[in-house]
Design a protein around this ligand. Structure first.
Ligand SMILES: C[S@@+](CC[C@H](N)C(=O)[O-])C[C@H]1O[C@@H](n2cnc3c(N)ncnc32)[C@H](O)[C@@H]1O
Length: 335
């Protein structure tokens, strides 16, 4: 079977029990380990534990874990996965998270974590379709502890809670959003880039976002976690760069090379020309281009034919990155 990028990202190390559908919903190892560190405590309850990847990570940082799921089949896989991983401090509970008898069993939990189920097919994500129901969960488990963390679909724009919104990326792709309530809330918005556990947090003070209408000598691609967490002002201040926002393409730019863990890639700008064949081909030849990496939005089915079109006839030796801002082409080299 050919594995897609997403599957490779999630593929667990050990020989654990899972189907491809289980894997679609399961927490990637890097995310599970990161959250287990952040939510380290004595007793934690993992509600909607599925096949147990997050619960197993919690078991390594917490004294005791309750792993709860409605689905007996998934819970059996979670038990087997814990056994394969040599984990002995998980108590498995099968039942509905909102059943008062189930809630009673988890009454000594210090922290409640929940990764709710989303319907597999939905045009847009909404709070109402998450299972268990988040509003009811907050109410019911709020009687046990105020320390609650919930994984949330990052596509939901309106989050009607007072909580920290932590956007996580793995290898530069947006992966998770976790909401932290009450004492678990450290700030309003945060971004974490994995691996590496790099963190960026919203400031209490209002920071003016520095922008540049002109593209300067260096261009940076921004980690989507920082973009989703609306941390551009913080990132610009920290990195001493300015936002270059054309046609809703959000980049940073600077005269001198800057480094930041929330810059996915840095480029040296070689030339700006009109995005039209004759001037672009001439500029690519002058830049000694051989391979062209397209850095603009394009239908994936057309990527290679478009790339081959720009590469045909090039005789240089360099890999050039091609950006498109409105009708302007930017020719750049990766730094
Ligand atoms: C997104 S999956 C969790 C994946 C898990 N974090 C992992 O790492 O494998 C959501 C889980 O919530 C469970 N679930 C849905 N509604 C529930 C409810 N009312 N009570 C308990 N579990 C529920 C589903 O059976 C499913 O296994």
């Amino acid at each position: 079977m050919k594995l897609g990028k997403r599957t490779i990202l999630k593929k667990p190390q050990a020989k654990l029990e899972y189907s491809s559908d289980d894997l679609r919903w399961a927490t990637p190892q890097a995310v599970a380990d990161y959250r287990a560190q952040r939510l380290k405590c004595s007793v934690i309850a993992d509600i909607g534990c599925g096949i147990g990847f997050q619960a197993i990570a919690f078991a390594k940082t917490c004294r005791k874990v309750y792993a709860l799921d409605l689905n007996q089949e998934k819970l059996e896989k979670a038990k087997k996965n814990a056994q394969i991983s040599g984990i002995k401090n998980i108590e498995f509970v099968c039942g509905d998270a909102l059943d008062p008898e189930v809630i009673k069993k988890l009454k000594n939990a210090d922290i409640i974590f929940c990764d709710p189920q989303r319907p597999p097919q939905e045009n847009s994500r909404t709070i109402e379709t998450l299972s268990p129901n988040i509003l009811e969960l907050l109410k019911a488990y709020g009687k046990i502890t105020s320390k609650i963390a919930i994984e949330f679909p990052p596509q939901i724009k309106e989050i009607p809670f007072d909580c920290e919104r932590e956007y996580l990326s793995v290898n530069g792709s947006l992966n998770r959003l976790t909401l932290y309530f009450n004492e678990l809330k450290g700030t309003d918005r945060s971004a974490v880039a994995l691996p590496g556990n790099h963190r960026l947090a919203s400031s209490n003070k209002k920071i003016a976002l520095k922008t540049s209408k002109k593209l300067l000598a260096c261009l940076y691609e921004i980690d989507p976690a920082a973009v989703k967490a609306k941390l551009l002002a913080e990132l610009s201040q920290l990195s001493k760069t300015a936002l270059y926002d054309e046609n809703k393409n959000v980049f940073f730019t600077s005269d001198k090379l800057a480094r930041n863990n929330f810059f996915k890639n840095a480029f040296k700008v070689l030339k700006e020309v009109s995005f039209e064949a004759s001037s672009l081909v001439k500029a690519l030849q002058q830049a000694q281009a051989k391979s062209i990496v397209l850095r603009y939005a394009i239908d994936p089915r057309e990527y290679w034919s478009e790339r081959k079109k720009w590469e045909s006839g090039l005789t240089g030796t360099k890999t050039i990155h091609l950006f498109k801002f409105k009708n302007k082409a930017v020719i750049a080299e990766k730094i």
